[in-house]
Ligand binder design. Structure first.
Ligand code: SAH
Ligand code: SF4
Ligand code: F3S
Length: 449
């Protein structure tokens, strides 16, 4: 069974976080620049890139189930060229070769600018690059081809924090920041393609230091005409303390284009567990940061990540997590059962929590989070705001846009198109969305009266 000698089409499948979404788009840009055409399904592609995630065991296993499907011969006896990219490739490069001999290319998240070259090398045997090169890949990437109103922009990569549960420092390497000038140029090019909102990405985006601080970068990007909205994610509570945090909070007051939203994962409400996680913040220091932020920008929406069942977590610790969810009233929260990651310190800790206990705690946490999201959405009823229309809704004539607080707002506006920014009033709330109606310009109102 052979893979195509001169591939014409490709498909990139993205798993994991938004940084992988950015990388997947960029791998697509590379392959398109090399003359290949994107297709919508892996079944139709000559080259399939699986851009993998290693964060939890189940995320990592998806690589092997996908390879199993892809290696089945097609009607003409061929199979696609299979590329294992992303964080599983970085962490398990050698093991992938053993477990899945049909993989043609193994490439890590810091080396994918070499993808076209690796595909050529793969014609004579498996090509592997899981180096963490000193030369930044970003310098060797082609122009972006994105055609969407909202785009991701990776500004910072890697992590120096070494939370005891997490693989990211091993898969993405140390914290590095892209030069501010490069980012301003990339944002300008995006705006020239019709992009109206950028979300600045980093595993620890608020540790950004590419010549400017994150707040400085946001202020510089806000000067770009046609760029209407700026967001950033994911922030680390430790980097919100001190002057860096003050500066970012000040930007939330000064910069109108910076959306009132902060994703600030706390992981647990118990300071005892946070210490065992090596998070370098406590429940109290985390809540103090939110108090400072809310004093400056009272309408800010908050979201977070939570892990239940970290080794040694007692019912009392878990109650602290439930109480922080109620205290903060998150607009959204992402909840995970602790997953043992080989090689991380927490994997070797005593007192691993039984799976049934994790399941039961996750269910209770999800209920508390859903209650909080609904309460948050209800609290926005009556607000007038601008939404960025992003996709069609379920019913004919409906469109879905994002409010400043990252809610999905369902609206019917005759004549409006995806990519438009429109003024609406929020009139109803559900757990995962709000309903909005367009603000009728006063001239039309009086004409109708
Ligand atoms: N840098 C970000 C998080 C990146 S990983 C931060 O520090 O907040 C995204 C989320 O996955 C984490 O916030 C955490 O909640 C979750 N996660 C990471 N490792 C995990 C593990 N071993 N088991 C379960 N969830 C995990
Ligand atoms: Fe992982 Fe912690 Fe780094 Fe976030 S800060 S990526 S959770 S090690
Ligand atoms: Fe997953 Fe790697 Fe992102 S492990 S969460 S894809 S940084």
């Amino acid at each position: 069974m052979t893979s195509p000698a001169s591939p014409k089409t490709y498909h990139v499948k993205s798993f994991g976080c938004q940084m992988n979404v950015y990388d997947s788009e960029r791998m697509g840009d590379l392959l398109s620049a090399d003359g290949l055409t994107a297709v919508d399904t892996p079944e139709a592609a000559d080259v399939v890139v699986l851009n993998t995630c290693h964060i939890r065991e189940r995320a990592a296993e998806k690589l092997y189930s996908d390879i199993g499907r892809l290696r089945q011969p097609r009607a003409d006896g061929s199979r696609p060229t299979i590329v294992a990219a992303g964080c599983v490739a970085q962490a398990e490069g050698a093991e992938i070769g053993r477990r899945a001999p049909d993989v043609d290319v193994i490439v890590g998240p810091l080396a994918y600018h070499r993808l076209p070259e690796l595909l050529k090398l793969a014609r004579t045997g498996r090509a592997v690059d899981i180096d963490m090169p000193a030369v930044p890949k970003f310098d060797s990437l082609p122009q972006r081809r994105i055609a969407q109103a909202s785009a991701f922009l990776t500004v910072q990569e890697g992590c120096d924090k070494f939370c005891t549960f997490c693989v990211v420092p091993y898969t993405r390497g140390p914290e590095t920041s892209r030069p501010a000038a490069d980012l301003i140029a990339e944002a300008e090019a995006l705006v020239a393609r019709g992009v109206r909102e950028v979300t600045l990405l980093g595993q620890n985006v608020n540790a950004y230091n590419g010549g400017l601080t994150l707040a400085g970068l946001i202020r510089a990007l806000a000067q770009i005409d046609g760029l209407e909205r700026i967001r950033y994610t994911t922030s680390h509570p430790r980097d919100m303390q001190g002057t860096g945090g003050d500066d970012l909070i000040a930007a939330h007051v000064e910069v109108a284009k910076l959306m009132p939203y902060l994703h600030l994962p706390v992981q647990s409400g118990s300071s005892r567990i946070l210490k065992a996680m090596n998070r370098a913040h406590t429940r109290e220091s985390y809540l103090a940061t939110l108090t400072r932020l809310r004093a400056a920008r009272p309408d800010v929406a908050l979201s977070g990540d939570f892990i239940v069942g970290f080794p040694g977590e007692t019912e009392a610790d878990f109650q602290d997590t439930l109480s922080i969810v109620r205290e903060v009233q998150y607009a959204a929260a992402y909840c995970f059962k602790y997953s043992i990651r080989p090689g991380t310190p927490a994997a070797a800790m005593a007192d691993q929590v039984p799976e049934a206990v994790k399941d039961e705690r996750l269910a209770r946490l999800l209920a508390a989070v859903a209650e909080g999201s609904l309460a948050f959405n209800r609290s926005t009823i009556g607000r007038r705001c601008t939404i960025l229309l992003e996709r069609p809704g379920r019913k004919p004539g409906q469109l879905i846009g994002k409010t400043p607080w990252l809610q999905s707002a369902v609206v019917s506006i005759p004549g409006a198109a995806i990519g438009d920014l429109v003024e609406v009033d929020i009139v109803d709330a559900h757990p995962n969305s709000v309903e909005a109606v367009p603000v009728v310009p006063s001239s039309q109102e009086s004409a109708a009266a």
